[in-house]
Design a protein around this ligand. Structure first.
Ligand SMILES: Nc1ncnc2c1ncn2[C@@H]1O[C@H](COP(=O)(O)OP(=O)(O)OP(=O)(O)O)[C@@H](O)[C@H]1O
Ligand SMILES: [Mg+2]
Length: 239
């Protein structure tokens, strides 16, 4: 379970800047695909970074599978486990690619996890085939298209098999076929591996895919319910 307990966050702790997230509380269960929506600057990416342990709350607590990830004093090895627990795929794929070639990039996370060479080769082959990257394994990453880069980031996190997957606008650069593939894969992973999936999206077409929706507005959580209930007459006004 991911549990946010009255979480607030501001990027510049010592200044008087306003909070990017204000007293946000919710819980997410494994096996559900949760959508996060809201206008630009409403706090969606901030909430995602907090859930993946990249940033710590200014106040409040975050528990991921029972582990309090909001403590500021946390060891490197614990940090690694947190990242493994909740893998995040960023809004901008450029920020996430570390390898020179597609193959190197896919290997990077596995090397960190000290996976053996033979197991690594098998995992890279299977994930690259699943995401249409097999033919591109030797290709320098700077030669990939935007959509291919996004697929590489998605594959690079999934290959590490985290218990939670957080996608920040993953389908923005994808063509409609890749987008359909993405959703098929997400549903498969969610049910077969019983992982929890959070997808930030601004695309109305994605709304039907979610089991539940969280809506952020000005750093506050203003809606948290079944996605079907989101079709409300006042829905524009709460964004
Ligand atoms: N690195 C940062 N430093 C300072 N302020 C930031 C930083 N990142 C985001 N913010 C601020 O925090 C607030 C929430 O930003 P966030 O990126 O979480 O919004 P978002 O809902 O993901 O928006 P978008 O739809 O544009 O991706 C905004 O007011 C933004 O200006
Ligand atoms: Mg964002």
């Amino acid at each position: 379970m991911i549990l946010f307990e009255c979480v607030s966050f501001r990027y510049h702790q010592n200044s008087k800047t306003s909070f990017s997230l204000k007293e946000v509380s919710f819980e997410l269960q494994k096996g559900e695909v949760v959508g996060v929506i809201g206008s630009n600057g409403s706090g969606k990416s901030t909430a995602a970074k907090l859930a993946s342990g990249l940033i710590k709350p200014s106040s409040g607590r975050i528990l991921v599978d029972g582990v309090n990830i909001s403590e500021s004093r946390i060891s490197d090895s614990e940090n690694k486990t947190i990242k493994l627990r909740a893998g995040i795929i960023f809004q901008n794929p450029e920020n996430q690619i570390v390898g020179t070639t597609v193959e190197e990039d896919l290997a990077f996370g596995l090397e960190n996890l000290q996976v053996s060479n033979s197991e690594m080769r098998a995992k890279i082959e299977s994930i690259s085939k699943r995401f249409g990257l097999f033919e591109l394994l030797k290709r320098p990453v700077h030669e990939l298209s935007g959509g291919q880069k996004q697929m590489l980031c998605i594959a690079g996190i999934i290959v590490m098999e985290p218990s939670w997957l957080i996608f920040d606008e993953p389908t923005a650069h994808l063509d409609p076929w890749s987008r359909r593939d993405f959703w098929v894969y997400v549903k498969e992973q969610c049910k077969e591996k019983n992982i929890g999936i959070i997808v930030i999206s601004q695309l109305p077409g994605d709304l039907d895919e979610f089991d539940r929706i969280l809506v952020f507005s000005n750093g506050e959580l203003v809606f948290n319910d079944k996605s079907s209930l989101y079709v409300r007459p006042d829905f524009e006004s709460i964004l």
